[in-house]
Design a protein around this ligand. Sequence first.
Ligand code: SER
Length: 585
Amino acid sequence: MNAIEIRNKYLNFFKNHGHAIIPSASLIPENDPSVLFTTAGMQPLVPYLLGEKHPEGTRLCDYQKCVRTVDIDEVGDNRHLTYFEMLGNWSLGDYFKEESIKMSFEFLTKELQIPVEKLSVTVFAGDEDAPRDEESARIWKEAGMPEDHIYYFGKDDNWWIAGEEGPCGPDTEMFYDTGKAPCSAECNPSCDCGKYVEIWNNVFMEYYKDKNGYSKLKQRNVDTGLGLERMNMLLQGKETPYDTEIFEPIMTKLKELAKVDNLQSRRIVAEHLRSSIMIISDGGRPSNVDRGYVLRRLIRRMTRHLNKLGIDLNELENLILLNIDVLKEMYPELQDNKEKIKNILVEEKNKFVKTLAHGEKEFEKAIAKAKQENKTQLDAPTAFRLYDTYGFPPELTKDLAQEQGFTIDMDGFDKLFKEHQEKSRQGSEQKFKGGLADQSEQTIEYHTATHLLHKALQIVLGEHATQKGSNLTSERLRFDFAHPEKLTKEQIEEVERIVNEQIKRDLKVTCEEMTLEEAKKSGAMGLFENKYGEKVKVYTIGDFSKEICGGPHVEHTGNMGTFKIKKEEASSAGVRRIKAVLIKE
Ligand code: SER
């Protein structure tokens, strides 16, 4: 079996159990500034987990493209990846523990034919916030899991929440026993020694956590996630994902091209290249802030390791094309985005090559001096200078230092970095708060205001002024749209006037579910280059606007306040950006 076969088996299995297959959302979250990338299958579904109706029903499944960068500097070992695919199935107030566990057991043992002896599960041990999950343990046992393969653990292991706030609950995790010898008599699935590998996580999401503690959600949900690369590796009996068909062709090519034999560098290049390709394909661009900076770091570290392997950097273009060829069956969109991906990656690599050599020289000098002083740690000001002047991301400097037997003063670096950040991003501390995940009244009002603005722009500027991006907080909206030139003062005033007129008319906002075809026919606006499921929700604001959207929105426009455009500026070539606020009397 290979990855795409596992993916298809999974989606078909859940389809046969009444689930609608929905498309993967973009890696770049739309309308959710609380995260830089989509990090789990549940993330694009947060409004529905909180009670918003999903057009495809109450049973969903998908494969979701995910990027997690917390462990970026671990990449190169045998398991950490920054990009991965998560297979997931969801119950939105539909089935709960019984059906969820039984379906998982059936899928693992019948569809994937994993012998029961190789499986173990963990369930929540209980604490003051939620009871011991004896129900899940019982269901596992009834399904056929031997009792001594069922373990109880506390919140650290068996509770799932994305970040600090949001829908959450106890989970039951499934583990695969690789057959390695136990590391000690106490070795169990919570142990990191490599004997047990987590393969699937079913979260019984019936709580919401905020700063005041836990409360019950409107509905009981199930949110599951199965890491595809990992499952693929285990089923093929491979030790690392790099030994499977996803990475193997590029790893072989790197070995062929390299003048220096270094497995860790080959893995870093292969992994970061795949992540960069996926991020760029979904619209990410290298820059110095936020997600653009994550992408930049991936590309720079990859470039440095290519260099270290002694591979001619002009080979990057061929490596990109080869990698797209390997991945395009799983992600057909890569084929269409091929030129764009290649150009952006090569250009970014070229930019960095100029400073890479200078930075390395600077590093050598600093290390020589540190060695003379009998130090084993590179000081923070040097690491920060390498970052600030030569564009060396800290993990890159860490790689360089490690190669010389040195550590770097990361705490000191972080401190300098924060001071620098504070200076250069005054006033943007609200940026990571809010978003649709918070569903505050204000954020919802800004969401509705975005629809009014979109329509008003089309009236004033023409139909070409379509949405290119949107980002909401509880304090402002930001909207990117296609338009070749700066708006005039008159145009801005006219857009404001139209939006405010619709607010005053106290228009009713209604929502209908229909197929994508019907939505198009009805004249609904939508980001048609985006993937939608077969069924979509269409939000109509009185007689003024009709747009495909997941919601939520206000019920009436009347109480939204006065709409004011604070800024109109260029966002990228052919795209303008508006920041606007709603002022309450
Ligand atoms: N959200 C859970 C996870 O990421 C299950 O999908 O593990």
